[in-house]
Design a protein around this ligand. Structure first.
Ligand code: NAD
Length: 357
């Protein structure tokens, strides 16, 4: 089977690192790597060794049975790909609802890494968790570095400094990592989530769970949160507003699959925050949890720095690429047998990820 690995035009990560390329070669796959694709993650072409062919982008787009990247190709490049090629990327079909039809019309097949179910069995393939964990860690670091004040309590000869207060909204994978990191840096952390299961997780990390009664939950939603009604959102905003006025850093990660992110921090709350405070909004790409967030921008509004970044994992490209490609390999070894594609559509993982089937 011929497989290529593309460079990401707008991302420092690469989907396959040298160690994983070696493991794929051991599965009997012939790999072509786009020249220089690993450079920004710290992997040179030479690091990939002799079992990987180096080619230009055209060589990676044509004559392959499988093309691997992190972000989907644009229509212009899709037109260059041979029919029946299997594309592996994060297609985000919950947001790009026509993607599987568009690919099917072009006679292409697609595996969407973000559609792998969040089950125990698929945990080793879960790119969303790996990337969210890095994003949460970096969100806490960015909050700390943009803040005009300390995170830890400091007692010095020059005076005493009170510990910073961090409020985390959405305690999923990213939120929990943000809590753990902010705690390690010495901040006092409060967190909120609509899923009641999050309470225990927040407390086990030393955070304080903020209670807002009456959240809707759905055990059939695969562990994901469901959209809340207006009354709940209103009460939640009031609770957030009270805490936000005291917070030094707010980290927001609240997402609802396939929908716009809920606004949890309206402009009126930002106005009441202390100058020099920071909001790190990980939900920026789906509209943001803060009303004043601008996607992929850092802006200062009412004296508060608002960082809108849903791709914080790309800022730590070496480890992000390593984890991404380990997840990818764990999936590929399920569908590649003796160097050929072997798809079992009875398997829930294959069924969910294979969005053109
Ligand atoms: P996500 O990125 O979809 O959302 C982030 C968090 O925001 C979630 O915890 C969600 O409950 C919360 N949220 C949504 N709306 C909110 C609101 N209005 N106010 C406050 N919080 C709100 O979530 P995720 O981190 O990808 O995790 C999704 C689920 O999958 C979680 O239950 C997680 O524990 C589970 N999970 C399971 C596995 C596994 O078993 N293999 C792996 C990873 C994640």
């Amino acid at each position: 089977m011929k497989l290529s690995v593309l460079a990401e035009p707008n991302d420092r990560r690469i989907a396959v690192v040298p160690k994983v390329a070696q493991k794929l070669a051991d599965l009997g796959v012939q790999i072509t790597l786009q020249s220089g694709a690993g450079n920004a993650s710290g992997f040179s072409d030479a690091d990939y060794g002799d079992h990987v062919k180096i080619g230009d982008r055209n060589a990676c787009l044509q004559g392959q049975e499988m093309i691997i990247g992190i972000h989907p190709l644009d229509d212009e490049e899709l037109a260059q790909v041979d029919a029946q090629t299997v594309l592996v990327s994060e297609f985000k079909p919950f947001f790009d609802k026509e993607i599987s039809d568009r690919l099917k019309q072009k006679n292409l097949q697609a595996i969407s890494m973000d559609m792998i179910p969040r089950t125990t069995l698929a945990q080793s393939m879960d790119v969303l968790s790996s990337m969210a964990s890095i994003a949460g860690y970096r969100a806490a670091l960015m909050g700390a570095s943009h803040l005009t004040r300390y995170f830890p309590m400091m007692i010095t000869a020059a005076g005493s400094i009170k510990p910073g207060k961090v409020l985390v909204l959405g305690a999923g994978v990213a939120g929990l990592q943000a809590i753990a990191t902010a705690k390690r840096l010495g901040a006092q952390v409060e967190a909120f989530d609509t899923r009641s299961a999050a309470k225990q997780e927040v407390e086990s990390l030393g955070g304080r769970f903020v209670e807002v009664e009456g959240a809707k939950e759905d055990t059939g939603a695969g562990g994901y949160a469901v959209e809340q009604d207006e009354d709940f959102i209103k009460r939640q905003r009031e609770e957030v507003q009270k805490r936000a006025m005291n917070a030094d850093v707010i980290i927001t990660t609240a997402q609802v699959r396939g929908r716009k992110a809920p606004i949890l921090v309206p402009a009126s709350t930002v106005e009441k925050m202390k100058p020099g405070s920071v909001i790190v909004d990980l939900a920026a790409s789906t509209g943001g949890n803060c009303e004043l967030t601008e996607d992929a921008q850092t802006v200062v509004k009412h004296g508060v720095t608002i960082i809108g970044d849903s791709n914080l994992a790309a800022g730590m490209p070496e480890d992000a690429s390593t984890l991404y490609s380990n997840n990818l390999f764990n999936f590929l070894k399920l569908i590649i047998k003796e160097g050929a594609l072997n798809l079992n559509f009875e398997d829930e993982i294959v069924q969910s990820a294979y969005i053109t089937h």
